[in-house]
Design a protein around this ligand. Structure first.
Ligand SMILES: Nc1ncnc2c1ncn2[C@@H]1O[C@H](COP(=O)(O)OP(=O)(O)OP(=O)(O)O)[C@@H](O)[C@H]1O
Ligand SMILES: [Mg+2]
Ligand SMILES: [Zn+2]
Ligand SMILES: [Zn+2]
Length: 631
């Protein structure tokens, strides 16, 4: 790479972004591309929509703008985009403050940050470009120069909607510097940037006694009062509050409900009337999206206090519960890991899965319906098939606790615990047991848990551990068979031949001798018994399998050993039972002789090659399964 060449390219691009001209020239540009004078909500909506919106087969919309950054927040994002879509059409919602409400570490700040960074990028593109009056502290829309008496006509003639009045600074300049000649007023391209305090503001409440409203609305510039002679000369005022500088873009109000009332008051008039009350000036027009966040406890306080009715009325609430899908939770971890020291470490298979299961379980609420354990719920929410449950069941389960996901453990907690486990680990690999141990130890140190909730969290750890035991045992056992899939398929074929003959009162052909022989009852039963199919029920079971087989083949689909969940379980169990002895002897730590050693290495190799293990976690898994089978 040629650094200096690249820097020249960069500077060239930056220069291309700058444009200076007169208002007359700007107006020509607006006529050619009316998007230039969009209001803030419309610009943000277009920024999201321009990236693309996909629909899945369920009819859900997916916004590429958030893809890869936010997971499992479908509903919240739908509401958010809907808000911008309506506000873009200047519907009443534009006059509301968006309030994201959710538990700690649930992604509220991330949503706002994505919008901020998005705006910065978008304002640098042709589609997102915007212009402001040069020298205006609020880089205001140049169309404000057009007297209000002409605006109606302009709207009719050109279809251009104009809203807002000149700020005091520009008004003075227009009068004194340009003698009212708006044509010549200089205009420049505006590139939004939080760092440069252009179009993106942030306010975070601190001690209300020391925090001053000027942080939001600017302040008198005492150094220049002498020069201009009066406090009410706009040139003696700094319009540099967060609300001022956020004009045209977005204003983030962190932990809004922690702020002193005097700050909230300013927000109300801004959202309702697009006006900022500043010092001695008449109201100043501003056009910006107001986003704030809060947690549930503070929101409840707001609701309960009658005094806050005005504020409540002007809020659009978006609930941001924790994600409740294990697969999405794992994607969150993947993202956080890529950004942390953990990215150099091997994550053994199922490590993130067990951590995600635990985190999601901690957020779920027990269903009142009998026979629905938390683990069943977890699987259903994750889209896994569970015998006896339909889509409708899942919907009713979700409706049972509308505020599910507002409590529990955050992704941040999980990643922090994994990072700690890494520090303690002697090898560059974390396995599921390390993860569960770290998560468990964290419960003792976390001050936020009552003894009761700690106990129930501890129980969840054990539950996840049992799930993992099954998973890892199955995986290791599969690795013992040279090709598990082929073996399972062979067993399945033999089974299918036999039940077909049995049900249709035929004989089977012996593969070796071509003799016709009776169906092998022992073989069939040895499989069926694995999942508790009784002698009386065997005919019905066999018929059901054959029906499934013919349905699939009519659709041109292949029947493999996974096509029927019950049969899959039976075949795996049969193979595993046959194997159990050998797996136990081989994995047991005591068996030190060379034959077992060789077999162990062979299996470890297969775990590495086909199942994503590394040299550390493959042996750890073998050893662990050995101890499980010893029990
Ligand atoms: N659903 C999610 N999808 C992707 N990342 C997430 C999700 N939830 C949380 N995160 C990640 O977890 C971390 C914490 O999230 P964030 O800081 O946005 O939460 P917050 O709601 O603002 O929390 P707090 O109340 O503590 O300020 C971030 O790195 C964020 O990217
Ligand atoms: Mg935050
Ligand atoms: Zn101005
Ligand atoms: Zn590993």
């Amino acid at each position: 790479m040629d650094l200096w060449e690249r820097i020249r390219e960069y500077q060239h691009r930056e220069q291309q972004l700058s444009w200076h001209g007169t208002f007359r020239e700007y107006f020509e540009r607006v006529l050619q591309d009316p998007r230039l004078c969009r209001l803030s909500h419309a610009r943000i909506y277009d920024m999201i929509a321009d990236q693309g919106i996909d629909s899945d087969d369920m009819g859900h919309k997916h916004y590429r703008f958030f893809t890869g950054e936010l997971f499992g927040l479908q509903e919240a994002l739908d509401q958010l985009v809907e808000y911008f879509q309506s506000a873009a059409q200047r519907l009443e919602v534009r006059k509301r403050i968006l309030l994201l409400m959710g538990p700690v570490g649930g992604g509220k700040s991330t949503v706002v940050t994505l919008l901020k960074r998005g705006l910065e990028r978008y304002s640098r593109t042709n589609q997102g470009a915007l212009y402001g009056l040069e020298g205006c502290p609020m880089h205001e829309e140049p169309l404000h120069l057009i007297p209000s008496t002409l605006r109606k006509e302009i709207a009719q003639h050109y279809g251009i909607y104009i809203e807002g009045e000149l700020c005091p600074v520009c008004r003075t300049r227009l009068r004194e510097e340009f003698r009212g000649n708006i044509e010549e007023f200089p205009v420049e391209r505006v590139v939004l940037s939080e760092m440069n305090r252009l179009g993106i503001g942030t306010f975070s409440p601190s001690d209300p006694k020391s925090q001053d409203i000027s942080e939001l609305t600017g302040s008198i510039d005492f150094a220049t009062i002498g020069q201009y002679g009066s406090e009410s000369d706009p040139r003696a005022y700094r319009f540099d509050g967060e609300l001022n500088i956020a004009n045209r873009g977005l204003m983030e109000f962190i932990e809004m409900l922690k702020a002193d009332e005097k700050f909230l008051y300013g927000l109300l008039s801004l959202s309702q009337e697009q006006q900022i009350k500043t010092g001695r000036y008449a109201m100043i027009y501003a056009d910006e999206v107001l986003i704030s966040h809060t947690n549930e406890a503070e929101y409840q306080q707001l609701i309960q206090n009658k005094k806050n009715e005005a504020l409540r009325d002007r809020i659009i609430l978006i609930r941001m519960p924790y994600n409740l899908r294990v697969s999405d939770e794992m994607k969150i971890y993947d993202k956080l890991i890529r950004e942390s020291a953990l990215h150099t470490v091997h994550m053994a298979p199922h490590t993130l899965e067990v951590a995600a299961m635990f985190a999601v379980l901690s957020r779920l609420k027990e269903s009142k319906r009998s026979g629905v354990s938390l683990l069943t719920k977890l699987k259903l929410y994750d889209g896994q098939l569970v015998d006896g449950f339909t889509e409708t069941d899942i919907r009713t389960l979700k409706q049972e606790w509308p505020d599910e996901g507002m409590t529990g453990l955050s992704p941040r907690y999980v990643i922090n615990r994994l990072s700690l486990a890494l520090v303690k680990s002697t090898v560059p690999c974390l396995n599921p047991l390390d993860a569960l141990r770290a998560l468990k130890d964290g419960l003792g140190q976390h001050s936020g848990f009552s003894a009761e909730s700690r106990d129930s969290l501890l129980n969840l750890i054990y539950e996840v551990r049992r799930e993992y035991d099954e998973l890892v045992t199955a995986e290791v056992q599969k690795a013992f068979i040279y090709s598990f899939e082929d073996t399972a398929q062979m067993l399945l074929n033999a089974y299918l031949d036999n039940i077909d003959a049995y049900v249709n009162h035929r004989k089977v052909m012996d593969a070796l001798t071509d003799e016709e022989i009776e169906p092998d009852e022992m073989l069939m039963r040895s499989i069926e018994e694995q999942i508790g199919v009784s002698e009386n029920a065997k005919r019905a079971f066999r018929e059901e399998i054959l029906i499934r087989l013919s349905t699939l083949s009519r659709r041109g689909q292949h029947f493999d050993y996974r096509s029927h969940p019950g049969l899959q379980a039976a075949i795996e169990a049969k193979l595993f039972t046959d194997l159990k002895g050998i797996v136990r002897i081989t994995t047991s730590a005591k068996a030190a002789d060379l034959v077992h050693e060789k077999k162990r290495n062979e299996v470890a190799e297969r775990l590495i090659e086909y199942h994503g293990y590394c040299s550390h976690c493959s042996h750890a898994a073998l050893q662990y399964v050995g101890t499980l089978l010893e029990r």
